[in-house]
Design a protein around this ligand. Structure first.
Ligand code: GUN
Length: 295
């Protein structure tokens, strides 16, 4: 078997096109552009790239973007003050604080300072709780962008997820935990494995759906995967290029070449989950804009 490639670039372009239509509808109705505020603290090169890409993509579909680039030494209180200024700014519909934050700042304090109706990352405790409860509360809340992107990609390969065994590798608040909630809501049987799990391969081998989100380059080999599984690779790891040691390259958590031999479908890195995360951020932002204006 050779796996079908789940092309994140194509699916993300579809999501952005749908979102652009929603933006046009919004502008027609309210005569203002939806607006995303992006907060970046410090000079983490990967974060700088993500923030630039987010801003560019948002502008391309007609959204306004406010970039707030802050020095690493900003205090927690100064950051909280910036968040409350953005919360009170009627023009701003969505607020994204790029993670990770410097160590002297408590990310949980900052995230929970964001007004939940502007929390387009879906990281605020209220949105996390609503997602966990599910049903109508999930529909009204913001689902974190990476798991939402993975979910939309999965639905392309498996329209009916009911009863599937989904195994998620990783238990982060950004991906692993919300992914588990989303798939539970779809009536999957969900298992989360992590660094302390014994005999991970024995569990991953049972998965109809395998989501790898641990940030360990190429850890998932073919002998971890059930033939015919659908594999979603969330990892984006920069490693030395074996063909030219002076260069680096991006690889996922999944050994793509090995696993593609036996999986039914697989996402590549790059060009898989990455573009979907940004598309879903834009989708959440227009959802926020509509809900703040519909009275
Ligand atoms: N850092 C890594 N992924 C994310 C994300 O989805 N949102 C934010 N805000 N920061 C991140």
């Amino acid at each position: 078997m050779t796996a079908t490639i789940i092309d994140g670039k194509i699916i993300a372009a579809e999501v952005r096109a749908e979102t652009k239509q929603e933006v046009e509808k919004f502008v027609g109705l309210y005569k203002i552009n939806p607006c995303l505020a992006v907060v970046l603290v410090g000079e983490n090169p990967a974060s700088q790239v993500y923030v630039r890409t987010k801003s560019k993509m948002a502008k391309e579909i007609g959204m306004d973007v406010e970039d707030h680039i802050k020095d690493t030494n900003i205090s927690e209180q100064e950051l909280i003050d910036l968040i409350s200024q953005l919360n009170n700014d009627k023009k701003v519909n969505g607020i994204l604080v790029q993670l990770p934050l410097p160590e002297h700042i408590d990310s949980r304090v900052i995230i929970d300072a964001i007004d939940p109706i502007k929390d387009v990352d879906g990281f605020h405790a209220l949105n996390v709780g609503r997602n966990s409860i599910g049903g109508d509360l999930l529909k009204k809340s913001f689902v974190p962008c990476t798991p939402l992107g993975c979910y939309l990609m999965l639905k392309k390969s498996i329209p009916n997820l009911v009863g599937m065994h989904a195994v998620i590798i990783g238990r982060s608040n950004i991906v692993g935990k919300p992914m588990a909630q989303l798939l539970l809501e779809e009536s999957c049987t969900v298992t989360t494995v992590h660094s302390k799990t014994k005999d991970i391969e024995a569990i991953t081998k049972q998965a109809d759906i395998l989501v790898a989100a641990v940030g360990r380059p190429l850890i998932v080999k073919a002998n971890w995967v059930k033939p015919g599984a659908v594999v979603i690779d969330v990892g984006i790891n920069r490693v030395e290029n074996p063909e030219d040691k002076s260069k680096t390259m991006l690889v996922g958590d999944v050994d793509y070449t090995d696993v593609a031999r036996i999986a039914a479908a697989i996402t590549p890195v790059p060009g898989g989950v990455g573009p979907m995360t940004i598309a879903c951020l834009l989708r959440n932002t227009i959802k926020a804009a509509f809900s703040q204006n519909q009275k």
